[in-house]
Design a binder for this molecule. Structure first.
Ligand code: PMP
Length: 330
């Protein structure tokens, strides 16, 4: 019989898929690491497992404990999966702007979701930050992973994502491209690839226009899961050789092309990272091997990047391309 003991055992070892259509005119090989094939649907399954196991070892998380984290997305799913396997409770705190669908995904895995008003200042007692801190103080046995500052976040990529890529490319990788959110992926994977190649692998960060990593002030952008308005501890500023700034328009254009031309239905931060990878690959020779991380799947974004009306409402598609027919109310 061929089976795994638990779905959590399937975290990691995601495949590399060659990009064919988007790379027309490019001589280098561009390979996408498809993280939506993790059981929770994103790269964050990796960090969830390692952060929880480290907290068990250090005693911060005890049997029957509760994981409390302000997250509405992929990290929550990863933590909920691991918590279920190991018998912990999960309480996630998210702002009320987070869609009901996203909250329901977390509840479906058995987590409790506490919703906070978006329209209050960070110092207000009902703010997202204050509520999660209060819950950690009030719930007995509560532990907050804090992915932004937890060293196990980059460590999971140093010990797993990096070695996978090195092995899968037979050591032929020349350039590594990843979007930067907490910075865990690029810092851990990038550090490993630099160490194992004696510094030969070039590490490129992709960042939304307006975010701090590419020199912005944190002004708003629409792509989700990447970019910041502060410098997280999980981000190692010494790793990236280059940061490529990508506009929302380019991120969403490449996201849609990944689905339509490569069969990869992925999220907007994947389009952003792929746009940066293609820009880098354009100037590279035939023997270059570029690996780009695609962090999650596209199903969570069907009402945004894959919705023509949403795209048109932000000017990413012309108003006459919304697919509306006579009689539709736009
Ligand atoms: N894309 C998505 C969709 C994410 O959720 C995240 C994590 N915030 C990232 C990219 C960036 O990864 P990291 O936090 O490791 O920098």
């Amino acid at each position: 019989m061929e089976y795994v003991e638990h779905v959590v055992d399937l975290v990691g070892n995601t495949p590399l898929v060659k990009l064919n259509s988007l790379t027309t005119g490019i001589k280098a090989t561009v390979l996408a690491k498809v993280e939506y094939l993790n059981p929770g649907g994103s790269v964050k399954d990796r960090i969830a497992l390692r952060m929880v196991e480290a907290a068990e070892k250090s005693g911060e998380l005890q049997p029957g404990g509760t994981i409390v984290e302000p997250t509405s997305g992929n990290t929550g799913v990863g933590l909920a999966l691991v918590a279920q396997r190991k018998g912990y409770k999960c309480v996630f705190v998210c702002p009320d702007k987070v869609s009901e669908d996203k909250r329901n995904v977390l509840k479906a895995y058995g987590a409790e979701v506490v919703v906070c008003p978006t329209a209050v200042a960070p110092e207000h007692p009902d703010s997202y930050y204050n509520v999660s801190d209060r819950l950690v103080r009030e719930i007995p046995g509560a532990w907050k992973p804090n992915q932004y500052a937890n060293p196990e976040n980059p460590a999971s990529h140093y010990h797993q994502t990096g070695p996978e890529i090195w092995r899968q490319t037979d050591g032929k990788i020349t350039h590594f491209v990843a979007g930067v959110g907490t910075g865990g992926t690029i810092s851990g994977t990038g550090r490993y690839l630099k160490d194992v190649s004696d510094g030969a692998v070039q590490v490129i960060g992709a960042d939304p226009e307006g975010s701090v990593y590419s020199g912005g002030t944190g002004r708003p952008y629409l792509v989700e899961g990447v970019g910041e308005d502060f410098w997280p501890e999980a981000y190692d500023k010494t790793i990236a050789d280059q940061i490529v700034e990508v506009s929302d328009a380019d991120s969403f254009d490449v996201t849609r092309r990944l689905a339509r031309e490569e069969g990869l239905l992925v999220g907007g931060s994947c389009g952003m990272a792929a746009a940066a990878a293609l820009r880098v690959a354009r100037d590279l020779p035939e023997d270059a091997v570029v690996v780009v991380i695609l962090p999650d799947g596209g199903r969570g974004y069907l009402s945004k990047v894959f919705n023509d009306r949403w795209m048109a409402s932000y000017g990413f598609l012309p108003p006459d391309s919304t697919g509306a027919t006579v009689g539709d109310v736009l």
